[in-house]
Write a protein that binds this ligand. Structure first.
Ligand SMILES: *Cc1c(COP(=O)(O)O)cnc(C)c1O
Ligand SMILES: *[C@@H]1O[C@H](CO)[C@@H](O)[C@H](O)[C@H]1NC(C)=O
Ligand SMILES: *[C@@H]1O[C@H](CO)[C@@H](O)[C@H](O)[C@H]1NC(C)=O
Ligand SMILES: *[C@@H]1O[C@H](CO)[C@@H](O)[C@H](O)[C@H]1NC(C)=O
Ligand SMILES: *[C@@H]1O[C@H](CO)[C@@H](O)[C@H](O)[C@H]1NC(C)=O
Length: 795
């Protein structure tokens, strides 16, 4: 049967649609063949992969005569391959041995080669770009011809940090030993050109630049496929790579009983251990095809992206606060004179009107509110980060001790930045994107009125006109005019004095209690509510997960706020309501049999593993219908709890360590409390008081709302007593774009985060977290109207 069906497929004559589905069942397993075998489908795969290899080489203007393509899982894997297979000669008594040299402005993945070579007794030699330039000598000396010690020099064609492009002529300079450190160290020099960042927006012509090893990642060029890169190896240099491990497909012959292995003759075969990711490789054809179809060629991409970067640089570097101080400190080597020396990357920190650096986490958070995607931190390039930001090795180590690790949100330590902000452009970026970004900076981070340093603008313009490739300056003036009219509006904001604070003069009281039974869904307001072991009883006991089991929040799915859960204690039910939907219920507490029969799930909340169980198909169908995507309702498994994270006291993520306490599916802490006075203050500062107080209160999704305090007085409290329940303040609550979601409609606005951020100058926190301090068997109920007594930090 299968045999004859295949015949039908070949001839294209399917007997009937029914038969078609039967045939496809047989055909599926024979889909694309593994390129290592010889069946017809395998041959086709093999030939297509070979075709892609030559396409890759053609992209870099070379052929298989000079270069080979070794497919890897990415640029990093390609770098590791070189480090592992390079014929390093260890240091001995008589001989200095091989050196691994790299520019200090290298990506982590390059510097990491050192970890491998140091175990082999190979010296590592970091070189700064200044050293590379100034210590030049000329000519190869006689005696060198004899010495064949291999050395490897690595440098990025474009810095992933600043976008600086290093001269491709360094390749020849090192190989011919004209440049330091090659001129000082005898031996044979090989050059690894890290082109991962460079090739995203520039053409690399390997006929002009005979680098020995070129690692790249394809997702940086087309976005897809993600797990695929390559090491381009100059065929003449391939001999310096020695195969040690041999995986499937890399041997010409070997014996299993004897240490006998002959590597494959062909360079690509020799170094591709196991089966290459052949479907992804075939996809590269489409990547190249669309890249050329849309843009013409890499040169066009370079001109386009550089133009955008230069425009953004010009304006950002001339932008000033109302008091004349600059808005940004830009980390670049030159002034974006030419695409030969600068790529389409702009790296900077923003400064406030007193010249202090604004932490990058703050910029990041505001940018996501404006749907601008930028990257912050040290960008996998500690060398460049240290050089530009002036961070010493000691400081680097001290920051680690202070709790700052790569990739966290600790952006300032003692007022000094630990990283910066980077915007990069790709061929799909537009001029409007740049304007949007600049407007965002002007709106959120500039003390009004926005001004421009005209002298600097003229200077940059002049520099550009004298450069060999003048191009028209985009409408700078239009941009500024528009900004300034925007300014007038917002500078007429309510001043601090306009609102005398109103509150019950007799003291502080609890005015609202909100339970959120399902994480990220609507609040359930109550008058009296029992205090459970994990916070308000049933608060965040449930959550909604998507088809992949990932917890949904309003950040991604704002319609969640339209689902109104209600806890009904007497009937032991949680009701779910939403407009246009029938109300359904799930039991609050189940008998044991339900727990054991229902499916256990492992989920994550804020990186913590939580154990949950599924609440069944009815709830899942209801949620899926309302949210328009496959979803399930899951609930925290009773008895299994998460401990509250103990956070370091530095930086933005500040959470003062409290006595250990247990959490529900909530993000950070058991209770969130806000004060009406603080809500009012922020509301009054907003240019147009856009909604009534109740609506504003809802946005902050607190459990407890109090009245009678001074604005932001709660930030200073350490302990409080509400009714007869004692609480410890566990620190401020950091805010994000979630507070921009109108909890009644699910629509998003930039306020009140913009105003909050402006008012709090840097710290975007609002409200405080609480944990209750009580013996485990303590029974208590919180009630609206209870008196709130507090203790300050300074007491
Ligand atoms: C991205 C990048 C790398 C690492 O590439 P991966 O895809 O993460 O392996 C190395 N060097 C430079 C210059 C890069 O930009
Ligand atoms: C390829 O390289 C040669 C030699 O440098 C050059 O003349 C030619 O223009 C290049 N072709 C492309 C498409 O870049
Ligand atoms: C720089 O490297 C990082 C990590 O490897 C990557 O996420 C980022 O996209 C790179 N940026 C550029 C401009 O290549
Ligand atoms: C390796 O094999 C491919 C395809 O068979 C061929 O195009 C390439 O030239 C070979 N490389 C070397 C260095 O022989
Ligand atoms: C909180 O304490 C700080 C420092 O003691 C003080 O400057 C600030 O005014 C206090 N804030 C309020 C609202 O009481």
């Amino acid at each position: 049967r299968p045999q004859s069906n295949r015949e039908h497929v070949r001839s294209g004559s399917f007997p009937s649609p029914d038969a078609e589905s039967i045939i496809s069942k047989y055909l599926e397993p024979c889909g694309p063949g593994n390129p290592h075998s010889h069946s017809p489908s395998s041959r086709l795969t093999h030939d297509t992969v070979e075709q892609v290899r030559s396409r890759v080489l053609q992209h870099f203007n070379t052929t298989s005569k000079d270069y080979s393509v070794i497919f890897t899982s990415g640029c990093t894997a390609a770098l590791k391959l070189v480090a592992e297979t390079f014929r390093w000669r260890p240091q001995t008594e008589g001989e200095a041995g091989s050196h691994l040299c790299y520019l200090t402005d290298s990506h982590t993945s390059v510097v990491g080669m050192r970890g491998l070579t140091s175990t082999l007794g190979v010296a590592a030699l970091p070189v700064s770009s200044q050293e590379l330039k100034t210590r030049a000598k000329d000519g190869i000396q006689e005696e060198d011809v004899i010495c064949q010690t291999p050395h490897l020099f690595c440098y990025p064609a474009q810095s992933n940090f600043s976008g600086r492009k290093y001269p491709l002529s360094h390749v020849e300079g090192i190989r011919a030993r004209r440049l330091y450190p090659a001129c000082d160290l005898q031996g044979r020099w090989f050059v690894l050109l890290d082109a991962a960042s460079y090739v995203t927006c520039s053409s690399l012509n390997l006929q002009d630049c005979p680098a020995d090893f070129i690692p790249i990642s394809f997702y940086k060029i087309f976005g897809f496929p993600t797990g695929l890169g390559a090491l381009l190896v100059r065929n003449d240099a391939a001999g310096i790579l020695r195969k040690t491990y041999f995986g499937g497909g890399t041997a010409a012959a070997y014996l299993s009983g004897e240490n006998y292995y002959v590597p494959a003759e062909n360079i690509s075969d020799r170094f591709e251990d196991g089966t290459v990711s052949f479907l992804d490789i075939i996809a590269l054809n489409h990547g190249f095809e669309s890249l050329y179809r849309i843009t013409g060629n890499m040169h066009n991409i370079q001109q386009h992206t550089f133009g955008l970067a230069r425009y953004t640089y010009t304006l950002l570097s001339s932008l000033c606060h109302g008091n004349g101080r600059p808005v940004a400190q830009i980390y670049a080597e030159g002034q974006f004179e030419s695409p030969i020396t600068q790529g389409a990357i702009l790296n900077f920190n923003l400064l406030d009107s007193s010249g202090q650096i604004v932490g990058y986490s703050q910029v990041d958070r505001m940018a996501s509110l404006f749907n601008i995607h930028l990257r912050t931190g040290c960008f996998c390039n500690t060398g460049a980060c240290q050089a530009f930001l002036g961070i010493t090795d000691q400081q680097m180590k001290r920051n680690l001790q202070a709790g700052h690790v790569c990739g966290d949100g600790v952006d300032l330590v003692d007022g000094q930045p630990t990283g910066s902000v980077r915007v990069s452009f790709g061929y799909m970026s537009t001029f409007e994107d740049c304007q949007k970004f600049l407007s965002f900076v002007a709106e959120c981070f500039v003390m009004k009125p926005v001004t421009v340093n005209r002298a600097r603008l003229q200077e940059l313009k002049a520099a550009r006109e004298s450069s060999d490739r003048p191009d028209e300056l985009p409408p700078v003036n239009g941009f500024i005019k528009e900004r300034q009219t925007g300014v007038e509006k917002s500078s007429s904001k309510a001043s601090q004095q306009e609102f005398g604070h109103v509150g019950p003069s007799h003291g502080k009281t609890l005015t609202n209690i909100y339970v959120y039974p399902v994480k990220s869904c609507a609040a359930f307001e109550v008058h009296d509510w029992p205090v459970g072991p994990l916070g308000l009883l049933y608060d965040r006991g449930w959550m909604v997960v998507n088809g992949n089991g990932v917890c949904l929040s309003q950040k991604r799915e704002s319609r969640l706020c339209l689902i109104r859960p209600q806890v009904h204690l007497p009937s032991n039910k949680l009701f779910l309501q939403a407009s246009g939907m029938d109300t359904i219920s799930v039991p609050l507490e189940d008998d044991v049999s339900f727990h054991t029969s229902s499916q256990m799930c492992h989920s994550k909340v804020c990186g913590d593993r939580v154990e949950t169980f599924d609440c069944g198909d009815e709830a899942a169908a209801w949620l899926s219908l309302f949210l328009g995507q496959p979803c399930r309702l899951i609930r925290q498994r009773p008895g299994l709890t998460r401990e509250m994270k103990k956070r370091n006291q530095t930086g933005d993520d500040q959470l003062i360590t409290a006595a250990s306490s247990f959490l529900s599916l909530v993000n950070e802490a058991q209770y969130l409390m806000i004060s009406r006075a603080s809500v009012e203050l922020i509301q009054n500062l907003m240019s147009n008081r856009f909604e009534c107080e109740m609506f504003a209160i809802k946005r902050f999704r607190a459990n407890l709302v109090i009245a009678g305090a001074e604005p932001f007085e709660e930030d200073n409290w350490s302990h409080l007593i509400i009714g007869n329940t004692r609480f410890t303040v566990a620190g401020p609550c950091g805010r994000c774009q979630m507070i921009g979601i109108d909890q009644d409609t699910g629509t998003r606005t930039k306020e009140p985060l913009v105003t909050l951020s402006a008012h709090r100058s840097g710290k975007v926190t609002f409200g405080v977290y609480l944990t209750h301090q009580a013996p485990e068997d303590f029974v208590s109920v919180l009630s609206v109207g209870s008196v709130v007594q507090m203790e300050s930090h300074d007491h």
